[in-house]
Write a new protein. Structure first.
Length: 440
């Protein structure tokens, strides 16, 4: 085995989809190979095995062994044996010790296999503390490293972290605040790169990756009460930058690359960030995230160059079904227009006393209002009510024209002889056919 398969005159064994021949044999029934735990445990004491061990050639075998044990029908009985428990601990520590090398390596199949094995151990409440400590080191390294790793690999790391975080939060003996905070900061750094890359390219996979990152972002943000309070300044900066970035891209005009749901997802993230830093959600455990007020966010929305086009809502939902993605439902069914209006309502509701509404914003909303019972018109009606209630300028009855009528008869529309057309819009808006039918 060592001579023919592993040593190979110093060259690395050939792998097919991250597995070698032995891995395929293990797939048949790993419970028949009791020698594997002994080999993996005692490899460090074998001088001939050490070069192979240090190069990571045994890692795919060890990872496959773990995965196949947990996939067996008699997995519970195998896990209950002292041999497997001892092997799982050694395998877990070994994979963690070489995790960084695999993360920065070129073999995606082996890296995915190793991450999946570590995640499987964590899901079975094995190696939680060790994995947590290693992930903290990994986050620090990635932050200071100039080497770029793929977006998909970053997502796999975030998935592994979420599996570790959940059981740690329920344990009073283990502190997960550092890992939780550093992972969130890492997502804040990775997400803009992913979205920019998606806008430049035309690959559907990047759109799926963006959705996955949005899901990871929301997962960690919703647990902000456990963030490390000593890193509040860094968190505030990251959240403020994320708000500005999501607004910038969320309100861009749709194209053939970015789907409407992705644009809506960006605006949904802004609303989520505001909700976590809102005074109404404050508690003794919650920390304030970001320095940007709802009034500031509202002002950025109204002053955006694509504000009117986003309100028109030219994009439609054309979702591609993606099975097996944990975060694929985060943006499902979202539209840019609905999420924009929902965000504006949220800002006006939170900051009603200082939210100022320009005449430009008022006219823009009325120009897309159709006085119907559609979801968009309901949201616009609610927003107009908040504006009228807390507006800084008087609203006259003759200014309450909507739709194309508002576009034709703007507030400064004056006839050539100097007289205003204050109520001409009302006459033009009457449908004589519908009126005759009503009274007949």
């Amino acid at each position: 085995f060592e001579k023919n398969n592993l040593l190979c005159n110093g060259s690395r064994p050939a792998f097919v989809n991250g597995k070698d021949i032995l891995s395929e044999v293990i797939n048949y029934d790993c419970s028949k190979f009791d020698f594997l735990p002994d080999m993996l445990i005692n490899a460090e004491s074998n001088s001939e095995m050490m070069p192979i061990l240090d190069c990571g050639y045994l890692d795919p075998i060890a990872a496959t062994y773990v995965l196949q044990v947990f996939s067996q029908k008699n997995a519970e009985s195998i896990k209950a044996t002292s041999g497997f428990a001892n092997a799982a601990e050694h395998i877990g520590k070994r994979l963690l010790s070489r995790l960084l090398a695999h993360i920065e390596g070129d073999d995606d199949n082996v890296t995915d296999l190793v991450l999946e094995a570590i995640q499987t151990l964590c899901l079975n409440k094995l190696m939680l503390l060790e994995t947590s400590n290693k992930l903290v080191e990994l986050m620090d390294h990635l932050r200071n490293s100039r080497k770029n790793i793929s977006i998909d690999r970053e997502i796999r790391i975030f998935d592994l972290t979420s599996c570790v975080i959940s059981p740690l939060l329920s344990s009073e003996l283990l502190d997960s605040s550092t890992l939780l905070t550093k992972t969130f900061l890492r997502i804040c750094a990775v997400f803009p790169k992913c979205l920019k890359r998606m806008k430049r390219s035309r690959h559907d996979t990047l759109e799926y990756s963006t959705t996955q990152l949005m899901y990871s972002f929301s997962f960690f943000l919703l647990r902000s009460e456990y963030f490390d309070k000593s890193m509040i300044n860094e968190l505030s900066t990251a959240v403020d930058n994320s708000i500005v970035f999501c607004l910038k891209y969320g309100m861009m005009e749709p194209d053939n690359v970015t789907s409407c749901s992705i644009l809506g997802g960006c605006l949904k993230m802004v609303r989520l960030m505001l909700s976590q830093s809102s005074p109404r959600n404050s508690s003794e455990h919650r920390i304030s995230l970001g320095n940007m007020s709802p009034a500031h966010v509202h002002a950025l929305i109204v002053s955006h160059s694509s504000f009117r086009s986003a309100l028109v809502g030219r994009c439609t939902v054309t979702e591609k079904k993606v099975d097996g993605l944990a975060g694929s439902k985060f943006c499902e069914g979202l539209t840019q227009r609905i999420e924009l209006l929902s965000l504006m309502i949220y800002c006006a509701s939170l900051d009603v006393e200082i939210t100022t509404t320009s005449k430009k914003a008022w006219d823009a909303l009325l120009s897309v209002f159709n006085a119907s019972t559609s979801p968009c018109d309901k949201l616009i009606r609610r927003l107009l009510f908040l504006y009228e209630k807390h507006t800084s300028f008087p609203v006259q009855m003759n200014e309450l024209r909507w739709g194309q009528t508002n576009v034709k008869y703007s507030s400064d529309n004056v006839s050539s002889n100097g007289t205003s057309h204050d109520w001409d819009w009302f006459v033009d808006s009457i449908d004589l056919g519908e009126t005759t039918l009503f009274f007949s």
